[in-house]
Design a protein around this ligand. Structure first.
Ligand SMILES: [Zn+2]
Length: 363
């Protein structure tokens, strides 16, 4: 198959053709230089790295009802918030089905990797990994130990199965807990992340001590806080739809201008479908509603480029032969690719380049 149009990847946008064979890129080049081969199938479109959903709680997909009124803390704060009561009341089978449904949804959207904060200890991580089995999605799971103070055996077991630890926040977890967790993660080459400045501002020295690999939200962070986070070189996963549900927005304009590493996530699956395309469009439009406009290029990077660096797979963000993760072909006009991709993509515009394993095996 030959795609003529544009590439949008770590090197930015450019007019180009991309040739696929067996689902993989075998050749790219400037438009006009290619010698078309016989009866090869031709498509006009934009080729992008496969997107990553960089922050989810997919276990929440258990409930897709309108959330009850009230502040976010009452809904999602451990251990007695609305979502934790739902999780506690559901069977493992129901949670597995909910997780599998969320993975199917992400596969239809072309998502190639997800970074999930999974509650419910070692068993929660195992259930998540069971749900991911048979999909083509790289399931990165940051689990959460159950016992406080931290039980070192439980933490060691968790880190044996998970990719790291994702804590609630520095408001709910003591410095002692965060320190033990961060050290254990570091010692094993795993990741430590936590939510920060979501419902109210927290001082950066609280969530940056000890230094995490990932901060989530920063919806209430001041500009000066963002500078501190940038200087600490910590990546930030933002979830604009999730914040908007509770009347907040991350200051994406400042994040872009200050040069933070920003990743995009869809947060609690009980509130929002884990669709990165819907998140992208909302982030773009929402930033304008707030009169803090962010560029389409910056948002495209937060879904297609920066997360692959964070996952230590930078090659997945550059379209070309030998990519470790196949790119997506989107049936979109090649003019202004970042704007097209951010504001217009839906799952229906994805052109299959090969049968997707996730679609084949997961029913
Ligand atoms: Zn979260």
């Amino acid at each position: 198959m030959l795609v003529e149009g544009a590439i949008l990847d770590a090197d930015g946008p450019r007019r180009a053709y991309v040739r696929f064979r067996g689902g993989s890129v075998v050749e790219t080049g400037s438009l006009g230089t290619d010698s078309s081969r016989g009866r090869e199938r031709k498509v006009r479109g934009i080729v992008v790295p496969a997107p990553v959903n960089s922050h989810t709680h997919l276990g929440d997909a258990l409930s897709v009802r309108e959330p009850p009124p009230g502040p976010v803390a009452r809904l999602v704060r451990p251990p007695h918030g609305y979502k934790f009561r739902l999780l506690a009341a559901a069977s493992a089978e129901a949670k597995l089905r909910a997780l599998q449904g969320a993975f199917r949804r992400m596969a239809r959207d072309g998502i190639a990797a997800v970074v999930d904060f999974r509650e419910e200890g070692v068993e929660g991580v195992r259930l998540f990994q069971r749900a991911a089995r048979g999909t083509a999605i790289r399931a990165v799971v940051l689990g959460r130990p159950l016992r406080r103070p931290i039980d070192r055996r439980e933490l060691a077991e968790l880190l044996r199965v998970a990719d790291g630890v994702g804590l609630s926040s520095a408001l709910e977890e003591s410095l002692a807990t965060r320190t033990v967790v961060a050290r254990a993660c570091r010692a094993r080459g795993k990741r430590y992340g936590l939510h920060a400045s979501e419902a109210r501002r927290e001082p950066p020295e609280s969530y940056l001590e000890p230094r995490p690999d990932l901060l989530v939200h920063l919806a209430k962070a001041r500009r000066s806080d963002l500078e501190v986070v940038r200087d600490a070189r910590v990546a930030v996963a933002v979830c604009p739809r999730s914040n908007a549900l509770f009347g907040r927005q991350p200051d994406l304009e400042s994040m872009e201008r200050l040069g933070l590493t920003v990743l995009l996530g869809t947060d609690n699956a009980m509130f929002h479908a884990p669709s990165i395309w819907r998140e992208l469009e909302f982030a773009y439009v929402g930033s304008r509603l707030r009169h803090r406009p962010v560029s389409a290029a910056f948002l495209a990077r937060s879904a297609l480029v920066e997360p692959w660096r964070w996952l230590r797979l930078p090659g997945a963000a550059r379209v070309g032969p030998g990519m470790p993760v196949p790119p997506l072909v989107l049936r979109l006009p090649p003019e202004d690719p970042a704007y097209q991709v951010v504001t217009r993509t839906t799952e229906h515009l994805i052109v299959p380049v090969a049968p997707r394993p996730a679609e084949r095996r997961v029913r």
